[in-house]
Design a protein around this ligand. Structure first.
Ligand SMILES: *Cc1c(COP(=O)(O)O)cnc(C)c1O
Length: 359
């Protein structure tokens, strides 16, 4: 079997053990005589998986009964709209931090629903950076404050989260479960699964239950958090197989030291790559050091031609998916939870060799 090192930004690498377990159980799930792909979402086999996925995520994040864990569809992009549809009432405004490409999409959607105050804007800054969380000026009476915990394209990550009076809402698509943080302090967290949680097709939403009561009767039932809380995300058919994989990935996170374990694994991987970049005098990191992401390591080479050659040659060596996002160019190594440390060692070795030949 030839597995490559998969640096894709999302959908992204999954733990090999998880894929193997899913493979072993694919045709006959635990003696049920059918695949979980074919099972009823109301049946006991699927029900047990669904509840395990919810319970494991709650436990990993230290959440109590005030918060609900939901599995929805429509991706993080769907949440850009669903958050204001539910939380931004008539005559209210919401505070948004524009930290880059993803945050600005969230802003754009929210503006279609209500009044948005962009309270800090680092979206176009080069080198890429984030605002100082302690220096943010919030709007009194804001319905909520929205941030993007990790800007997947820019390669920036909040190291500490702002303290807010209004409920704090975060798009954590590209760093959920990658490190410990005080999740109970958040009003709402959402994440497309395809980076750190599982395959594409399911979106994790964590919401403080009382906030779901804000929704207007004019919002269609399917787009209300309240609906999905009341029905444990089984109001309509959920993406069962994707949620099953999320359950397996969450189990894998627990087995590998929980969020502390993930944090150490991720910090070690990222530190090795940033050290190689900084020591090279050839590669140049694109993010201001204090905001560097442990998930998406972005860097440039001396020319676009060299970047193209780098990505191509790396691919030929089984180091796949290193091309930077089309909007910014450069190189991006996405090294989410499941990405193996050996893959980072292989990339560092390749970087040295490429520099020797081309530097
Ligand atoms: C990938 C990503 C998204 C978009 O997710 P979809 O599930 O494709 O809608 C949104 N926000 C961030 C931070 C992302 O990394």
């Amino acid at each position: 079997m030839a597995r490559v090192y998969n640096f894709n930004p999302g959908p992204a690498a999954l733990p090999l053990e998880v894929l193997q377990e899913a493979q072993a159980d694919l045709v006959d799930y635990k003696g049920s005589g059918m695949s979980i792909l074919e099972a009823s979402h109301r049946g006991k086999e699927y029900g047990a998986i669904h509840d395990e996925a919810v319970a494991t995520i709650k436990k990993l994040l230290g959440l109590g009964d005030d918060h609900a864990v939901l599995f929805l569809q429509g991706g993080a992009s769907g949440q850009f709209a669903m958050v204001p549809m539910n939380l931004l009432g008539e005559g209210q405004s919401a505070d948004y931090v524009n930290s880059g490409a993803w945050a600005s999409k969230a802003v754009k959607e929210a503006k279609l629903i209500g009044k948005v105050n962009v309270i800090a804007d680092t979206g176009k800054d080069i080198p890429t950076r984030l605002p100082d969380p302690a220096a943010l000026k919030f709007t009194p009476g804001a319905a909520y404050v929205h941030i993007t915990s990790n800007e997947t394209i820019a390669g920036t990550q909040w190291k500490t989260f702002p303290k807010t009076d209004a409920p704090l809402v975060a798009d954590m698509s590209s760093d959920i479960l990658s490190r410990p943080f005080e999740a109970s302090r958040f009003g709402l967290i959402y994440a497309g699964a395809q980076k750190n949680l599982g395959p594409a097709g399911v979106t994790l939403v964590i919401i403080r239950k009382d906030l779901a009561e804000r929704v207007s009767e004019k919002v269609p039932v399917i787009f209300r958090y309240k609906t999905h809380i009341e029905d444990n995300s089984l109001y309509n058919t959920p993406p069962c197989f994707a949620i099953y994989l999320v359950a397996l990935v969450a189990r894998w996170v627990v087995k590998n030291g929980g969020l502390q374990g993930m944090s150490k694994r991720n910090a070690d991987k990222a530190a090795k790559l940033y050290a190689a970049i900084d020591a090279s005098g050839f590669y140049k990191g694109t993010a201001v050091k204090e905001f560097r992401s442990d998930m998406n390591v972005t860097f440039r080479l001396p020319s676009e031609a060299l970047e193209e050659a780098f990505v191509k040659e790396a691919s030929g060596r089984g180091l796949k998916g290193l091309k930077g996002h089309r909007s910014v160019g450069g190189v991006r190594a996405s090294i989410y939870n499941a990405f193996p440390p050996e893959g980072v060692d292989a990339l560092v070795a390749f970087m040295k060799e490429f520099q020797q030949k081309n530097g």
